[in-house]
Design a protein around this ligand. Sequence first.
Ligand code: SAM
Length: 300
Amino acid sequence: MFSYRHGFHAGNHADVLKHMVLIAVLKHLTAKPTALTVVDTHAGAGLYRLDSDFADTSGEARDGILKLAASPLAAGAPPLVADYLERVASFNPSGGTRIYPGSPFVTQALLRREPRDKLWLFELHPTDGKALAGHVAQLEDQRQVAIRREDGFEGLRSLLPPPSRRGLVLIDPSYEIKSDYQRVAACLQESLKKFATGTYMVWYPVIPRPEAHELPRRLKTLANQAGKPWLHATLNIGQAPERAKTHTPGEPAPRPGLTASGVFLVNPPHTLKAALQEALPAVLEVLGRGRGQAQAVEAS
Ligand code: SAM
């Protein structure tokens, strides 16, 4: 059932968008004194080696974090991009970018001991779940982090609303199963009823599939029905030129890799849209391949 392994995709353009936004949201939420609860319903392995067989085979990080970090534009990058690059660099104290932090470690690094913020991680894949547990075991303060090798959609139910009434839920499935699209929408709908003031962040792939196309529309409808503000950001880096070159007319077109993805937030920080409108063009300038585009739109 589980063929998806995030190790193949770690540090790609979709991770750049997702983790850049995640850092911005966490920085905003941790600026307030009340304790924060973060639930990561689809955590992955937590840390990834970009020089591993996985990452090397796919080469996806080369069109993502590795390209961004090596770009001369990184020096004067807008704050969101600079924060993201700095966070990734903090996992690579000897320089270079060999280690890439997934959402659990991006988040954990920003949580506070006082007040005692809490991180819940759900991961169903046996191997990635084990890897995640091993990585978390290296942390100095493990009490702040709880790992559940359970279904994240189900597990979230018992955690809302969080005790401090301040929380962020990251919903980042692999969409390996078609029903994930439906489950994401149902999960957001149910969660908003239990915890209407929480911040929710959903990642999804922009692919030619009706469910993927429909998902952001459904999420907008749900947020509007709940009377909550939302923000929708997308990053499309365009098709790799190599693919266009190697395609012989008359033969079936090669299946392109993922070229675009989006994040949809409910109750986003009020500063996020402007910050993204500054950051996304800079990211696109480095990662874009021809006809890429990026935008951040929010409910008026
Ligand atoms: N959030 C991670 C990050 O940004 O670093 C990446 C997560 S990856 C896109 C999705 C993960 O969800 C995979 O590791 C997969 O094994 C796991 N998964 C799939 N279905 C799940 C479910 N129902 N509950 C929890 N984990 C699940």
